[in-house]
Design a binder for this molecule. Structure first.
Ligand code: XIL
Length: 360
């Protein structure tokens, strides 16, 4: 992979070897790898090592043939890798890295610092600011040293911004790291520790309700942009932002997503769509009873979002949170992912392949 734009940060030139072609033809992966986008963007999915043998191998076979990047759904998170203070267990996270390596896929790390799902020793330890700083640095240093040279990118900090105005930082344990009395201190500490441990992996901030700079997400999206721009201005080593995108089939802010990706690209910050799923749920304002028509509409939205990523040079990964409705964190019967329960393709797959083909 080459750097996606000449205006991007030097760290953006971090490269990892990707297969030049996949074994399977007629897949999302083969479409992106055959296209002019191959050197710029990956197509990814979150996977869970617990399912690698599931469904007679269909889970692994589909993941490896359709995608060229994977993220561990849970097993690389703080609560999984450092359950006990300073005792690191990377086995489950390593399984996902191993899967990526066996199948010539990129590996994306998720995540190093989050306000929720911390092990209880972190949240209940009553640590001072100085102790928390060391705990966070130690966690990041150990994790990124273990994965040095293996991960194309890491979500360094996850979901830090409040959901409503004035969009300050959520209160959490890490917030108590206030070296300068500023609530953003822990974020700077985390990024500095990550860069020190692995100079080549790309460092991301990842959040939800921020993908579009227009419409209902404008407030939080603008707050995140200011935060990231401020980090760049004061020399904090951030390379990119992750746009989660757990949204509904009726989502209608694609132009705002494209514009948002562009404003990041303009300041040299990459964007990854990190956690896309399109939930189809009946609501008062939206008729989403599953039908051929809804499948078509969902496919159109997957394709339009991929097109937005393709259109913006700084968008370098397009990734869904899971890939089959058989294994998704979304509860209920809401059909969020591009493959059915039995791994057959929804219309979304062909429609996304058309976008990739026409990028040539
Ligand atoms: C979710 C997983 O999918 C679930 O299995 C787990 O129980 C909770 O976390 N934002 C994130 C992801 O950044 O890590 C979350 O993943 C989904 C929301």
């Amino acid at each position: 992979m080459r750097a996606p734009g000449s205006n991007l940060a030097p760290a953006a030139v971090a490269v990892i070897a990707l297969a030049t072609s996949s074994d399977a033809e007629g897949t999302l992966r083969s479409a992106v790898e055959a296209s002019s986008l191959a050197s710029r963007m990956t197509i990814g999915a979150a996977v869970n090592e617990g399912y690698f043998d599931a469904d007679d191998g269909s889970y692994s076979q589909t993941a490896a043939s359709q995608y060229n990047l994977v993220t561990a759904e849970n097993s690389c998170k703080f609560g999984a890798t450092e359950k006990v203070q300073n005792q690191f267990s990377f086995d489950a996270c390593d399984q996902v890295l191993g899967f990526a390596e066996e199948n010539n896929m990129a590996f994306r790390g998720h995540n190093l610092c989050w306000g929720v799902y911390n092990p209880s020793w972190v949240d209940d330890g009553g640590f001072s600011s100085a102790e928390l700083t060391r705990i966070l640095q130690n966690h990041i240093n150990n994790t990124l040293t273990h994965y040095k040279g293996k991960a194309v990118a890491w979500d360094v900090v996850n979901e830090a911004i409040e959901d409503s105005a004035p969009y300050g930082l959520k209160k959490n344990t890490w917030n108590n790291i206030t070296a300068s009395g500023d609530a953003t201190d822990y974020i700077d500490v985390a990024f500095a520790a990550a860069r020190a441990a692995d100079p080549d992996t790309l460092l991301f901030y990842n959040d939800y309700n921020v993908a579009s700079m227009d419409g209902w997400s404008a407030g939080k999206s603008d707050a995140m942009f200011s935060m990231v721009k401020g980090m760049r201005d004061r020399g904090v080593p951030i390379d990119g932002v992750g746009l989660q995108m757990h949204v509904g089939c009726g989502y209608d802010l694609v132009d705002g997503v494209r514009a948002n990706m562009q404003r990041y690209s303009d300041i040299g910050v990459q964007t990854h769509v990190t956690e896309l799923d399109l939930t189809c749920e009946q609501s008062a304002s939206y008729d989403c009873t599953w039908s051929g028509e809804v499948e078509e509409q969902q496919g159109r939205l997957y394709a339009d979002l991929l097109q937005a990523c393709v259109d913006v040079e700084g968008c370098t990964n397009f990734e869904t949170w899971g890939f089959t409705d058989a294994h998704t964190w979304i509860k209920g019967d809401s059909h969020p992912l591009p493959f059915y329960d039995d791994y057959s393709e929804k219309k979304a797959v062909a429609m996304m392949m058309d976008v990739l083909a026409s990028a040539n």
